[in-house]
Design a protein around this ligand. Structure first.
Ligand SMILES: Cc1ncc(COP(=O)(O)O)c(C=O)c1O
Length: 417
């Protein structure tokens, strides 16, 4: 029911409370909190387990069962290079987690500095630009290191570039998180103009880096992927190659628990990263890299594989959006219409997000905590909620979203009764 009737808000509140009580008595136990692939998505890559057998020759540039090749096997590197359009010398394949590579990159800068610069932890207070709403685990990394985070407004074209240009005049500003494509959680793709301006930034701090987390680089929900300009190419063309570290992984292509992560950057940055990393490991899991290579063989096959993911998860995004459209009006919520990625971002009436999530929880439906899309868990408007549609079944999703909507209506009406 949309709030368009002639009933007073206190009457409407009573009606919604009755609906809510019914859901509450159903003893639901649903979790919508994290952007995980569903079992059917994981099954798409199950064939990888049939590829390596005791008679497989796990060999190419060398015997991949043995030590070596810190930056990964050339066969799978070529596939990733084709996908993100970088040179093999600019790419390193890591373990299964790009988040781990991001954490290590911040840690490295804190402890050892960047390209001969003073370690961050010897430079006094340092600051980081955080487009909001954004990814909670990014903010958790910078918070862990005691870095002061600055909210950067984000719209459908990307982060506010004039704000960024003003901030980077301060040499204490050392970094910036970006999810440039199908952003977590808003789903936006940075416009060409924003990518170009970011690639050519001239920060006061020579050790400022853009931490370009391209987690959803090919994760379209449609037949046509939305293109994103290649930031490293533009940076190189403008003599600014060292400004960016690019991250990504196959966590949401193959297995979130056993994919391949990567970092890409200028050769200068990469040689520093490899020097430090060679103290941590002799090499990552080349057998998994070989399994991934053997399963896909080409980047084109990976792109086709992503269409199979889209077929599974697009109906889930549709359910969320249809339910929001049917049950909520613009006073209560506005939401994103993503063309890819893993999330729908919902902005509730100011001051109602925490209450909405608490009501949903009381009725047995867990959503990502309100505030978690902001640094320090502090959404100044108490408005943004990240909805993660991929994991639940269609039926659970439908129920969860109905609970979300009734909770949002109650939270709104309580404030406006
Ligand atoms: C923006 C973003 N980056 C990174 C990750 C995690 O990546 P990985 O599995 O490679 O550590 C996620 C997972 O939800 C994400 O949304």
């Amino acid at each position: 029911m949309l709030i368009t009737s002639n009933q007073s808000n206190s009457e409407l509140l009573k009606t919604e409370q009755l609906v809510y009580a019914e859901y509450k008595s159903a003893n639901l136990n649903l979790d919508m909190s994290r952007g995980k692939p569903c079992p059917a998505q994981l099954d798409l890559s199950q064939g990888m387990f049939d590829i390596l057998t005791s008679s497989t020759v796990i060999k190419g540039a060398q015997d991949y069962r043995n030590y070596g090749l810190l930056d990964g096997i050339p066969e799978f590197k070529k596939i990733v290079c084709d996908l993100i359009n970088v040179q093999p010398s600019e790419l390193l394949l890591g373990g299964n987690s790009s988040l781990n590579l991001m954490y290590d990159s911040v840690q490295r800068a804190m402890q050892f500095g960047i390209l001969g610069g003073t370690p961050f932890n010897k430079q006094g207070k340092i600051k980081w630009l955080c487009p909001v709403p954004g990814y909670d685990r990014h903010f958790a990394i910078t918070e862990t290191f005691g870095i002061e985070m600055i909210n950067v407004p984000l719209d459908e074209n990307g982060p506010d570039i004039n704000f960024i240009k003003a901030q980077i005049k301060d040499p204490a500003v050392k970094g910036m998180w970006c999810v440039p494509k199908y952003s977590n959680p808003t789903g936006i793709v940075y416009s060409d103009s924003i990518v170009e301006q970011l690639a050519t930034l001239k920060p006061a701090a020579s050790d400022f880096r853009i931490y370009w987390d391209n987690a959803y680089m090919i994760h379209t929900l449609e037949e046509q992927d939305t293109p994103l300009l290649n930031i490293l190419t533009i940076a190189k063309q403008n003599n600014n190659a060292d400004i960016v570290y690019i991250f990504g992984s196959t966590s949401k292509i193959t297995f979130a628990g056993g994919g391949i992560a990567f970092i890409a950057s200028s050769e200068k940055n990469m040689s520093e990263i490899k020097k430090r990393m060679s103290m941590q490991t002799i090499g990552h899991d080349k057998i998994n890299q070989f399994a991934h290579y053997s399963f896909f063989k080409t980047s084109t096959n990976i792109i086709e594989h992503m269409q199979k993911h889209a077929k599974i998860i697009k109906p889930k995004f549709d359910i969320v959006i249809n339910t929001l459209e049917t049950l909520l009006d613009a006073n209560i919520a506005k939401w994103s219409y993503p063309k890819g990625g893993y999330f729908i971002s919902c902005d509730l009436a100011h001051g109602t997000a925490k209450r909405t999530i608490a009501l949903a929880k009381e009725a047995g439906v867990i959503f990502t905590p309100a505030g978690s899309t902001y640094p320090y868990g502090n959404d100044p408007l108490d408005s943004n909620v990240r909805i993660a549609p991929t994991l639940p079944s269609l039926q659970d999703l439908s129920t969860a979203m109905k609970v979300f909507c009734v909770a949002a209506k109650i939270a709104y009406l309580e404030k406006h009764a």
